[in-house]
Design a protein around this ligand. Structure first.
Ligand SMILES: Nc1nc2c(ncn2[C@@H]2O[C@H](COP(=O)(O)OP(=O)(O)OP(=O)(O)O)[C@@H](O)[C@H]2O)c(=O)[nH]1
Ligand SMILES: [Mg+2]
Length: 390
């Protein structure tokens, strides 16, 4: 990839607004530095391996001016000491390139005062681009209203270089079998890059690769949450292999993933994905294996099967979506979709590993809860996949 300087993004906002959750939703964002003098608290920098950005997570703004100033002082010290060491080859002084200011979309608070405080604290970084991120935007009905309210609040602070107001859901919400998918992360990253001169050197291929990596990351997070939800749903006293108990969750997951990939889907497409006969066969095989664990309860079998099952479907739908997204398969050719799904499920490396692993370790899994069995076997499956890739 082009060798450009990473953007330094300062993530600000009240305590609990969702700053850390937002950063975790950026593909490839991993904590790089944890610095701190003897007195100052540590500041975490998350460098994304996907986007040319690094996020500086801050302690939540308190309403007290003093506390906030302390945070800002810490950051200034940090940017001078830590970032300059890294960026100084070109003679550039370490700077903050943009601010993501998080506003909790669930709290109906007057924003004006907070924005004034934020404005004061970023005064040192002249004309810095600010993105207002409305976090926890889970109520579709309120999104527009919130965006307007935030824009209005910013109007009173003309000295802020506000670029865009972006509603975001950083982590999916699972409400029964309803899912509120993530949204806004891609838009935020793209808009942020657009105000960065160095980013103009990035080729279209690399920009597209970043977007695709972000989509994959988001879809994997959605699947992980659905998997956990599946374990809970699966614990119901009904036989999983024949039951339709998981269908709402599978449907929500499938629709969610298709949406992440901007695929305009028909009901037929979703039915084809969920209704594939391979799904039932895979479940039956898993149930059979789980029965080899001595004294295992039916509810535990169900729950574990449900977990692996939802995970496998998620993985297959992600693969399908990428194939559709990159134009390699036609979303309207339902037969092709069914074949693709059956193939992916039959050849799911984790699923075939899981059955063998459970058979071999049945004794050790005895007496454990569904969540425990799932975690143990899932960890082994992931390690196995890593080994296979090497
Ligand atoms: N499901 C979901 N929960 C969220 C989201 N954003 C924030 N939360 C929840 O809100 C709470 C606060 O989020 P944090 O990310 O810790 O907030 P913060 O701004 O980093 O807070 P401080 O570190 O105290 O300043 C956590 O319980 C999060 O799980 C979101 O997009 N989806
Ligand atoms: Mg935090």
């Amino acid at each position: 990839m082009e060798d450009i300087k990473k953007m330094n993004i300062l993530v600000l906002g009240n305590s609990g607004a969702g700053k850390s959750t937002l950063i975790k939703a950026i593909s490839g964002a991993e904590v790089k530095t944890a610095v701190g003098g003897s007195v100052t608290q540590k500041i975490d920098v998350y460098e994304s391996s996907t986007w040319p950005i690094q996020c500086i997570d801050t302690k939540g703004f308190e309403y007290k001016w003093f506390e906030q100033q302390k945070t800002i002082k810490q950051i200034k010290k940090f940017t001078k000491k830590q970032l300059s060491a890294k960026t100084d080859e070109k003679g550039n002084e370490a700077v903050i390139d943009a601010v993501w200011y998080c506003i909790d979309g669930c709290s109906k608070r007057v924003f004006t005062e907070n924005i004034q405080m934020m404005s004061k604290s970023i005064k040192g970084w002249k004309n810095i681009p600010v993105f207002a991120v409305i976090t926890k935007s889970l109520s579709e009905a309120e999104i527009e209203e919130n965006v307007e309210a935030v824009k209005k609040a910013f109007e009173k602070n003309k000295d802020i270089n506000l670029q865009k107001v972006i509603p975001v859901v950083a982590e999916p919400y699972y409400i029964k079998s309803e899912v509120v998918e993530q949204m806004g992360i891609e838009e935020l990253c793209e808009a942020t890059l657009d105000c960065y001169d160095d980013a103009k050197q990035i080729s279209i291929e690399n920009r597209n690769r970043m977007i695709l990596e972000q989509k994959r990351f988001t879809a994997n997070a959605l699947t992980a949450g659905a998997t956990t939800a599946g374990i809970v749903v699966g614990a119901a006293p009904i036989s999983i292999a024949d039951s339709v108990i998981l269908v709402p969750l599978e449907t929500a997951l499938t629709k969610g993933i298709l949406k992440i990939y901007d695929i305009d889907f028909s009901a037929d497409l979703v039915t084809a994905v969920i209704g594939s006969a391979a799904i039932t066969n895979v479940a039956k095989a898993l149930v059979g294996t789980l029965k080899t664990i001595p004294n295992i309860a039916g509810s535990v079998i169900n729950a574990v099967v449900a977990g692996f099952f939802v995970a496998a479907i998620g993985e297959a739908v992600i693969a399908l979506s990428e194939t559709i997204y990159t134009g390699k398969i036609d979303k309207d050719k339902i037969d092709g979709i069914i074949e693709f799904m059956s193939d992916k499920l039959k050849n799911n490396a984790a699923l075939s590993f899981v059955t063998g692993h459970i058979e071999k370790n049945a004794d050790k899994l005895q007496g454990k809860s569904a969540k425990e069995i799932f975690n143990i076997v899932d960890k082994a499956a992931k390690e196995n996949t890593k080994l296979l890739k090497k």
